[in-house]
Design a protein around this ligand. Structure first.
Ligand SMILES: [Zn+2]
Length: 470
């Protein structure tokens, strides 16, 4: 009897224990359940432990009245994987940034380099592009610049590339990244076998579609290639930056994707909310004939280092040197359609290097919330949140069970949260000053720990964890 009494007392005390942190009085928005109401959120041991209209007792309490409490944003396309990039991402509400399109090779050292040191969650796919660069002995830095562009792989090289990908998946890589535009000599035989590997292991593929297929006339052909390989092999496919790849043919691209889905193909897509793209000038994207393929001339290209527009002369000079170039290929009218489309996730495709880069690295998420939701009212706040958190989590959760606890606000989910002011949130990054952090996102939590407090980075904290398939 005494023992029972002691047990009851202990359990009562246990329940009365304060939460580690309570977010009090915010507008809690969960895209999975549809909850959109004033609630208190109790956080314990990095997890959401209570969502309640009643008041909750916390060791620490933050008053978030008047602010939206959203799942932290999940960026499926973040090339920037350095502390500089993580700080900008956190200020933009991003709690998980993943390098899936280009990916990495090899996988274990990449994760080890970030273990215990990252501000936000991170992860990568095993990449066909870096694996091909390794096997073909390409001299490029990050993206191919010679052998991986110009050479057809021998049978031995094809097998070596496939084994690197197989090992990368075994090592926990989040699927397989492909950049067809960067490896124009990787033919059907090479790719078909790699898609078979993805199909056998049900690993998602993240695909920058083929060279010569940007915008008109090739978007349908580019999608048909990807969809055919998915149909034949069972590989799940995620097409990156559909806005930049389809430009004026966006409606056609989305119709093909919807039709393929209706016929059982697992295909998804994403886009960044800007009219310009960015990549390295020395890559195969800018081989002869690029003007026609991309529908641009030199003056539509900006050399990132200096901000100058290119000419025929500076194009040649900088292409030899190598570096980042912005390409103004799209229109604001098209971007509005892309951002509002219910089947398009938001992903940044961003990379920042010593303060230089594309504004999408710093501003993609606040830009959607401020410019396209609030100012232009192209989509609802809940739909925007879904495209930035739940949909990317769902893309990965069949291979990475930890993603089932991200992208939603529910009891038991990871306390990865973005707390923003729907009236003030806005991007500030521009093509000229790309590393200006977003505004109006006063609190961001990763695993229950504040990484942004009162709109500023919390120094010295590293709650970010590696996201793997296991
Ligand atoms: Zn990219």
């Amino acid at each position: 009897m005494l023992r029972l009494f002691a047990l009851i007392t202990m359990s009562l005390v246990g329940n009365a224990q304060p939460f580690d942190l309570v977010l009090q009085g915010g507008r809690v928005m969960d895209p999975e359940s549809g909850l959109d109401a004033i609630r208190n959120v109790g956080i314990r041991q990095g997890k959401i432990a209570a969502i309640s209209a009643r008041s909750l007792k916390g060791t620490k309490t933050i008053d978030v009245k008047g602010l939206v409490v959203s799942p932290g944003f999940i960026d499926l396309h973040s090339h920037g994987q350095t502390p500089e990039n993580y700080r900008l991402k956190a200020r933009d509400g991003v709690t998980t940034a993943l390098e899936l399109e280009i990916g990495v090779s090899a996988v274990p050292p990449w994760y080890q380099a970030r273990e215990g040191k990252a501000l936000i969650n991170y992860g990568a796919s095993i990449g066909h592009v870096p694996a091909r660069m390794t096997v073909m002995k390409d001299t490029g830095d990050w993206l191919p610049r010679d052998n991986a562009i110009t050479k057809v792989a021998t049978r031995e090289e094809q097998i070596a590339i496939r084994e690197l990908l197989r090992q990368g998946l075994r090592d926990g890589g989040l699927g397989i990244g492909f950049g067809f535009s960067y490896t124009p000599k990787a033919g059907t035989e090479e790719l078909q076998e790699l898609f078979e590997l993805a199909g056998q292991t049900k690993s998602p593929t993240f695909i920058h579609m083929g060279h010569g297929t940007l915008g008109e006339p090739g978007i349908a052909a580019a999608l048909h290639e990807v969809i055919a390989m998915a149909a034949v092999t069972g590989a799940p496919v995620h097409v990156v930056h559909i806005g930049a790849s389809s430009t004026s043919k966006f409606d056609l691209a989305m119709k093909i994707i919807a039709d393929a889905r209706a016929h059982g193909i697992d295909i998804t897509t994403e886009a960044y909310p800007y009219i310009a793209g960015m990549t390295r000038l020395e890559t195969a994207i800018f081989d002869a004939g690029f003007q026609e393929k991309l529908g641009i001339t030199y003056k539509d290209m900006m050399w990132v280092e200096t901000g100058e527009r290119l000419t025929a002369e500076t194009f040649e000079k900088y292409r030899k040197q190598g570096g980042l170039v912005a390409t103004f290929t799209n229109t604001e009218e098209m971007i509005r359609k892309v951002v509002a489309h219910p089947n398009v996730m938001i992903a940044s495709d961003g990379i920042m290097e010593d303060g230089k880069g594309h504004p999408r690295a710093a501003g993609s998420y606040a830009r959607v919330l401020g410019l396209y939701v609030r100012e232009q009212q192209l989509l609802t706040l809940m739909d925007a949140i879904r495209k930035m958190s739940l949909m990317p989590a769902q893309r990965l959760e069949t291979v990475s069970p930890t993603m089932r606890n991200k992208g939603r606000i529910k009891v038991g989910a990871d306390a990865d949260l973005a707390v923003f002011d729907a009236v003030k949130v806005i991007d500030r990054a521009t093509y000229e000053k790309a590393n200006l952090p977003s505004e109006g996102i006063p609190f961001v939590l990763v695993g229950g720990e504040l990484v942004v407090r009162n709109g500023q980075i919390v120094e010295g904290v590293t709650p970010g964890k590696g996201i793997r398939t296991r």
